[in-house]
Design a protein around this ligand. Structure first.
Ligand SMILES: Cc1cc2nc3c(=O)[nH]c(=O)nc-3n(C[C@H](O)[C@H](O)[C@H](O)COP(=O)(O)O)c2cc1C
Length: 169
């Protein structure tokens, strides 16, 4: 039970406050994806992406244990992170929804590592799974970046629970 300061005794800050404050940290939006043992593409919307190390080039994404995509991710040797641009909000919503065939009608191909690459992504990192670490109700997947590309464009942004776009400057 949280006290007046929002602290839940013994367990850190209360979840609602934690979500609200973390939501004030603006992020990009990406689709993280793997090819499953079934040979099919699996992917979900993430904003937990961060770059970790330059030497070697490491990145991470955190995936909730409850996500259906968690199983395929845990079993995969490679994953991709596909950064979305400001025109791709619908793609973000689809990959965060219960849509049964998320890749249907989406232009994608298997990348050099075999994991799905979204053709129109603003940036793509193809990763070899380097470490996996359970952390609370998520698993942190750290990837060694084997291939990377980007194009000109403007990112889709997520801030305080809403999609945003950069203002023209
Ligand atoms: C902007 C945004 C960012 C998200 N970031 C993450 C994330 O980093 N990790 C995660 O596990 N879920 C994240 N989610 C939630 C998943 O995309 C969502 O739960 C999805 O339905 C999971 O699909 P699955 O159950 O088929 O794996 C995010 C959702 C949105 C809208």
């Amino acid at each position: 039970m949280p006290d007046k300061s929002g602290k839940a005794e013994g367990q850190g800050v209360a979840p609602a406050l934690f979500r609200r404050v973390c939501g004030a940290f603006a992020t990009g939006v990406a689709v993280a994806a793997v090819t499953g043992r079934d040979g099919k593409p699996h992917g979900l919307t993430v904003n937990s992406f961060t770059s970790v190390s330059l030497h070697p080039p490491l990145v991470l994404v955190c995936i909730g244990h409850g996500a259906a995509t968690h199983g395929p991710f845990a079993a995969a040797a490679h994953f991709t992170v596909n950064f979305l641009d400001e025109s791709q909000q619908e793609l973000s919503e689809r990959f965060a929804s219960s849509h049964p065939r998320r890749f249907e009608g989406v232009r994608w191909h298997a990348g050099e590592c075999g994991a799905p690459v979204l053709d129109d992504a603003l940036g793509v990192l193809e990763c070899e799974t380097w470490r996996k670490m359970d952390a609370g109700d998520h698993t942190v997947f750290i990837g060694l970046v084997k291939s990377a590309r980007t194009r000109e464009g403007r990112p889709l942004i997520y801030f305080c629970g809403k999609y945003r776009r950069l203002e023209e400057s």
